[in-house]
Write a protein that binds this ligand. Structure first.
Ligand code: ADP
Ligand code: 5GP
Length: 216
């Protein structure tokens, strides 16, 4: 019986960093550039913002619903970020990866560190703006958070920067187009790693060795 080549797993690409770093902006550009990249829709207990759509932006749930899912081990990671729960539904993300699809997670630093423990084969990218002043300007400029929330987020920056050393890559998000290009390059390079392509190599190399196509 002919043996079929082993199916290569997809890549779990984790884009993380402090609030206001530019994770969402960079991920949106990456999703446009790589339509085959699957976006993992997170679950949260925060209220929807204007224009956010259930099941597209987030799955919006109550505290009780979220805590029940924690008990059921339904999350690849979850964290309390600025008073609300956020989590990555585990089954969908892991099923897609074993089906060979690459999955993008845009999550906070606590969550990324949990993913690293549970799925060390992931690719971990830390995004940071070039200075505290620019980060602060961007948080205020985004206009989505109150003064109190922004101050809370800025107060965490020192401990969040310390975590950067646990990541595989760092991108200083100065000019957006450069940050997007660098993120794309990381994904492309990771996709070419030998260790991620053993099934494909087996299939291609087999027909070289078996000379399945008549040589001219
Ligand atoms: P995060 O998702 O990490 O919290 P966002 O993607 O929402 O951050 O970015 C925060 C703000 O900074 C947004 O208003 C966004 O438009 C802006 N921004 C992101 N990257 C850049 C950049 N390279 N140059 C200028 N503004 C940026
Ligand atoms: P926001 O409320 O602004 O949409 O998101 C707040 C923070 O939560 C951001 O830093 C965002 O990256 C993070 N976040 C979004 N989804 C998840 C998730 O599933 N898990 C974790 N740990 N963080 C998340």
């Amino acid at each position: 019986m002919a043996q079929t080549a082993k199916k290569d797993e997809g890549i779990l690409l984790v884009v993380s960093g402090p609030s206001g770093a530019g994770k969402g902006t960079i991920c949106n550009a990456i999703r446009e550039k790589f339509p085959d990249l699957q976006y993992s829709v997170s679950m949260t207990t925060r209220d929807p913002r204007k224009g956010e759509v259930e099941g597209e932006s987030y799955f919006f749930r109550t505290n009780e619903q979220f805590e029940k899912l924690i008990e059921e081990d339904a999350f690849l990671e979850y964290a309390k970020v600025y008073d609300h729960y956020y989590g990555t539904p585990k089954k969908r993300a892991l099923d897609m990866i074993s089906d060979g699809k690459s999955v993008l997670l845009e999550i906070d630093i606590q969550g990324a560190m949990q993913v690293k423990k549970r799925y060390p084969k992931g690719v971990f990218i830390y995004i940071v703006p070039p200075s505290l002043e620019i980060l602060s300007d961007r948080l205020y400029g985004r206009g989505t958070d109150s003064e109190e929330t922004i101050q809370k987020r800025l107060a965490q920056i020192t401990s969040e920067l310390a975590m950067a050393h646990q990541y595989d890559y760092i991108i200083v998000n100065d000019k957006l187009e450069d940050a997007v290009r660098k993120t794309s390059s990381i994904l492309e390079a990771e996709r070419c790693k030998l260790s991620r392509n053993e099934g494909q190599i087996e299939t291609i190399f087999k027909q070289y060795i078996n000379k399945e196509v008549p040589l001219k």
